[in-house]
Design a protein around this ligand. Structure first.
Ligand code: B1M
Length: 210
């Protein structure tokens, strides 16, 4: 009998092999894909998010849990396509132009995926033009910008300006984050929201998408 609670616990424990095994068992027993995701994988990742927020978990534990969750998602992904489950929204994420730091951005991307969002990761050193092009090509509910350097923070404003100039600013919400970024900076440059950490970024995406 598939044990989705144990699956969630395996995600929290970061036990990749157990996550893969329990996910496969659930699939073999014809448990619904949505249940496997919501009651197993995402339920576990939600606990990880809370623990991260409360400083009970630190970056390595979150990365290990996210990797374990991916082991389950890899098994589920083909079935999601078949079953046509709608993601909660699409997020285009990247680290802004001139900035190569990606550890925090990757965490945010993984947590968003764990939260049920479709995530398009443009990686690092992403120019304002590339964000605009991606929004035009793929559409998105949220554009998520990460910056770790005070010298690259202005690229967040440049990106928002580029979205406005391209006439797509009102089609997407823009959220920003990264160690030097603050709520007041978000207000100053006209971003829709700021999140201090990866778990809060998932809450913010839900809030922005509504
Ligand atoms: Co760099 N670096 N670095 N670095 N580096 C910092 C950021 C720095 C603070 C170190 C220091 O001097 N004390 C400093 C910036 C100073 C400043 O501007 N104020 C700095 C510098 C100066 C540089 C270089 C210029 C160094 C040089 O070459 N002279 C250079 C720049 C390269 C470039 O980007 N063009 C550089 C290079 C590098 C490495 C390549 C060696 C490496 C990056 C490797 C990689 O990312 N793949 C690196 C690292 C590792 C760091 C530190 C040590 C760690 C950053 C990190 O990954 N933290 C960092 C010092 C520090 O922070 N202690 C430093 C862990 C990560 C989980 O946290 O990224 O903050 P963080 O993400 C958090 C939140 O901020 C938030 O959620 C995450 C999880 O909670 N968050 C978001 C992040 N993005 C978000 C987006 C959101 C929402 C939340 O919504 C969209």
């Amino acid at each position: 009998m598939a044990d989705l609670q144990a699956l969630g616990e395996a995600v929290i424990a970061g036990d990749r092999d157990k996550v893969a095994k329990l996910t496969q068992e659930a699939v073999d027993e014809s448990v619904g894909v949505e249940d496997i995701i919501n009651e197993g994988l995402i339920a576990g990742m939600n606990v990880v998010g809370v623990k991260f927020k409360n400083n009970e978990f630190y970056v390595p534990e979150v990365l290990i849990a996210a990797r374990a969750m991916h082991a389950g998602m890899d098994i589920i992904k083909p079935l999601i396509v078949e079953s046509g489950i709608e993601p909660r929204g699409k997020v285009i994420i990247g680290t802004v132009k001139g900035d190569l730091h990606d550890i925090g951005k990757n965490l945010v991307a993984m947590m968003l995926e764990g939260g049920g969002y479709e995530v398009v990761d443009l990686q690092v050193d992403v120019s304002p033009e590339k964000y605009v092009e991606s929004v035009n090509e793929m559409g998105a509910n949220v554009v998520a910008l990460s910056a770790l350097l005070t010298t690259t923070m202005p690229s967040m404003k440049d990106t928002i300006d580029a979205l406005s100039e391209a006439g797509v600013r009102d089609k997407v919400k823009v959220m920003i984050g990264g160690a030097p970024v603050t709520q007041s900076y978000a207000d100053e440059i006209g971003a829709d929201g700021y999140a201090p950490d990866a778990a809060s970024a998932v809450d913010l995406a839900a809030e922005l998408i509504g």
